[in-house]
Ligand binder design. Structure first.
Ligand SMILES: [Zn+2]
Ligand SMILES: [Zn+2]
Length: 308
């Protein structure tokens, strides 16, 4: 599992920092969070391609998070048989895309399913054989969703001594048991995976939560994740503005990550006012609260290893 930040800025794309968008790759599947203007540029640079994009999760209907979606859908139609795409987002995301689609009459060669968040609706927005994506409303000036992507739990560690004790010969049968399948021995006995595996191990988890102030649901989305991508728009000295605009200062974001027991935090949606030279100040303020916090940068890559 790996991630690439396609952009790390907020409000408007700048020559030195594109708008915040995250792309996660896991076993050939791609999952994207937000697409503002210009996301296509760094997507091309990333070399990840677009054919395998399964999910495009939009946080909210502010232009810096969704104006790149129509262009991405057009770009994806350039490849043959790209397969279905699920678009997640707040109420209105489907109408927005459909209106642009109608107005421009652009070509799409794949099915698009829209899943819109509803009050009291399911907490799992999407699920496939590899991962599930949860969502929750955050605290911004409009309805903004935070996302949590969780890899499904893995089977427990294989215990060779137990397999041998049960008379399972080393070889392909061990492999089947390791992958959670039951096997039948020559003498007719059936061996279940539970008999030779330790307890299930949790999968890897990430959180993507931008354009928000600290909130209970933000902590929930962020709890115990391996990697948290969080709104870190302002320096502590610009706190009043952060509050008025529904954002966090970098120290707010770092504190949330630390309290939520995130393993590592990457702060994004950096205000366009801060030049590359200011990023050091932002990073220092974040690290003062949480030593595993850092400022994100465009095209930065993150490997997400298993903890055990
Ligand atoms: Zn924004
Ligand atoms: Zn916003």
């Amino acid at each position: 599992m790996e991630c690439i930040l396609l952009g790390s800025g907020g409000m408007m794309p700048m020559p030195y920092r594109l708008l915040t968008s995250l792309l996660l790759r896991h076993q050939g599947g791609l999952y994207m969070f937000d697409a503002g203007e210009g996301t296509q540029i760094n997507l091309k640079k990333s070399g990840f391609g677009i054919k395998d994009l399964r999910v495009l999760a939009v946080s909210h209907l502010h232009g810096d998070h969704c104006l790149g979606v129509p262009g991405l859908l057009m770009m994806r139609a350039q490849v043959p048989d790209p397969g279905p795409l699920t678009v997640l987002g707040p109420p209105g995301i489907g109408r927005f895309i459909q209106q642009v689609h109608e107005s421009l009459a652009f070509f799409i060669n794949y099915p698009v399913t829209f899943v819109e968040w509803t009050e009291g609706g399911p907490q799992v927005a999407y699920e496939d054989p590899l991962v599930r994506i949860l969502w929750a409303p955050l605290k911004h000036t409009t309805l903004c969703l935070g996302y949590r992507l969780e890899e499904h739990p893995r089977p427990g560690k294989f215990k060779p001594d137990r397999a041998e004790g049960l008379g399972v010969p080393p070889g392909p049968l061990w492999g089947k048991l390791q992958h959670g399948e039951h096997v039948t021995l020559d003498d007719g006995r059936t061996i279940l995976p539970d008999q030779v595996l330790g307890p299930p191990r949790s999968g890897r988890k990430i959180c993507y939560a931008v354009d928000t102030q600290p909130s209970k649901d933000l902590y929930r989305m962020c709890h115990d994740v391996d990697l948290a991508f969080l709104d870190g728009m302002f320096l502590p000295e610009h706190r009043e503005e952060a509050v008025n605009k529904g954002h966090m200062t970098v120290d707010d974001a770092a504190r949330v990550a630390a309290r939520a027991s995130a393993q590592r935090a990457v702060l994004v949606h950096i205000s366009p006012r801060y030049t590359e030279e200011d990023v050091g100040k932002l990073a220092d303020a974040a690290r003062a609260r949480f030593e595993k916090a850092e400022m994100g940068s465009d095209l930065q890559r993150f490997e997400i290893p298993y903890r055990d």
